[in-house]
Design a protein. Sequence first.
Lengths: 505, 334
Amino acid sequence: MDTLMAILTVFTQPQLLLLVGLGTFLGVYIGAIPGLSVTMAVSILISFTFSWDVYPAISLMVGIYMGGVYGGSRTAILLNIPGAPSAIATAMDGYPMAQRGEAGEAIGVTTVMSFFGGLVGVAVLALAAPFVAEFALTFQPRDYMLLAVLGILLVGSLSSGSLVKGIFAGAFGIAIGAVGRDPLTFAERFTFDLQIMEGGISFIAVMIGMFGISEALLQLHHVGTDAIRQQIDRIVPSWGTVRKYLPLSLQTSSIGVIIGALPGTGGDIAALMAYDHAKRVTKKPTRPFGTGAMEGLVAPETANNAAVGGAFVPMMTLGIPGDAVTAIIIGALFIHGLNPGPMLMVDQPDMFWFIVGALLTANMFILICGLTGIKLFTKIVEMPRSVLIPLIMLLSVVGAYAVNNSVTDVYWMLGFGVFGYFMRHYGYPLGPVILGVILSRLLDDNWRRAIISEREDLGRFFEGIFTSPLSLVLFVAVVLIFVSQTPLWRMIFRRKGGQTGESGK
Amino acid sequence: MKRFILGAASALVLGASGALAQDYPTKEIQGIIQWGAGGSTDTVMRSVTPHAEEILGGTVVLQNMTGAVGAIALNHVADSAADGYTLLMGAENPLLYKVMGLGERDYSAFTPVSILARGTPILVANTEAPFDDYAGMMDYIAENPGEVRFGATGPGGLPSVITGMIESVEGGLDVISVPYDGDGPALTALQGGAIDVMPAVLGASIEGIRAGNMKPLAVFDTQANDKLPDVPAVTSFNEDYNTYLPWGPFFGVFVPEGTPEDVVEKLSNAYNEAAQNPEFTELMDSRGYSIMAISGDEAEQFLTDWQQGTTWLLQDAGLTKNSPEDFGIARPGE
């Protein structure tokens, strides 16, 4: 009974309800603008809400977090510019839909599916947090490394067209991710003794440049052509549509929760893995992947919102942040006089249930904020290109600067933008570059940790893999996926070739 | 843009009129936090600053500027005008930059506003580790050389100083050192069994210890800590540690050297008083940090002593890139 009361705290206090709503609303817009990140917004809020009580402060933060993760999909669908790293996969099928004049439908499905994914995440947090947290803790460095290898194999599904070009792009991304002082030994790598290289290349700057600027440059070719008219009569997906994607969204939500709960991996990796999963399991997508397949929207959007609930799992049960945002929320709880840690659930169970309630509420507000105002949003794509292109450029510059308040990042962003333009021109996919940057450190750091832990002995390393059930499962998955992409596999099973739908560009 | 012009104009006026300290602050003060959001430096600075703002009667806009182990933030503040409108909110690391080859500058290019608080290191172990205290651990390492996994956070981090200390006191420490990004991820790995022992700051591990998710081996101090009275001080196992202890990481607020004295004084008063605020002291106490709130010559002396002791300790343990001697850092007691 107390539990129920704690969950319902948000609903019974209009002020809290309002704050969660406001937070979600703000979050959607912060998330939609590339470079304005949820992490940044929440850390500013810590100072801003310092003198508040803890409940209102947390309400606002939870709202922004949930809204922000969802909001990233907006610009991904409408402009092909992911507002946040977790929306990268969304752009791959969302933007083609907008180009067909189906932006309204795409946003509608995204909203409902984000809501669904978020719900699964909250449910897992509420019902199984201790178990999931315990499971997440069992991941050893070698398991993280295998997970990263599994991620690298996604290059295959992210590169439409030439796989060789995709592999090149992925390798390039990994190299970008390695630039700067190595965080483990502080040795300089690829810095050419230049001070600006020491801090590494901001991943967000690369993302904004590659997607934002290159898109704007590409659009310059079509300045004269009219914008695509958007149909917005079908926004809320029918029950039939939702039911059709239910099995897939349950699977991808589970991926989201687990990846989100792992400390060190978050919604971005979850969304990409979910996209890949959808590509693997969907026999007959609505359209080939990469050209506007509904499944390609459903998968990443359920996964990244489910990852939010997942990220709270280790935070609430162990005081270990599941991602950057939960790390800041831990700081906020600390400042407000609570002791976030494994004892929080024992000492202050109300706080736990309150957060569950707030997440639930934020999720509902996503539905409200998401399904209203679509008309206005789709107008963005209908704008004349001569207005839209400078606007994208402006947003990209502001976004890149805002991440670290650094002009250097703006230069990187512009450089990668021009580079990205040429890559697209010559048919090199951009998705794998970003994938490489995201996974670079996960792979590199954990491989080194794993091998150092085994006294740099490969024999002991493999012994570790084969004696741990978790590592073994991951290892077998890596081998299977790898082999399934080679001609050998097809020779044995005589299956028809995988999905290699040509994207229009 | 408008604000920028206004700011630039007011800066010019201030410069021309020789910074009227009685008016300070006349505009927003920028507080640059050396470490990322959610980290311990971030948390400490964000909880003390609102109290300081009240006393100052101005606004301090806090901003995280990360990268290159905090050197990017340090260089940024060192290069900004010495007018008291840009503060560096940092931890102890910059004092090791020179010997670690991470940069040419450290706090000697700054004037300390306030050294707020100091942390206590503690040695914690995975609950399933085959030893229960410091002595047991040393015996186990002696019997199983090169098997125990210690967490680390890179050269110059707290674990490297503590392991350096153990090495010089015990005459060697044959363990595997597994590097992590910070004590947070390393303590997570400790609970998952990826590492066996982690030297960490007490504040970061206290909740885990209370919950029984990790076991404390020894507090690296000359006496047991009030927060964990049952955990013995390492000096009770080996008195030689008295040479180096007490030692600990600290948090401080700094301004570039050359900032007008009256401005520094105003800032120091604000931050020292804020550090005594009961809300803040309670917060720090619950995490096992000791409030210092020192400034002026006292703070300078503290920094000098800290740097001498730590750099030479690292030098003797063979962990440095450059000798402290190259930078005129004298051996303690010389």
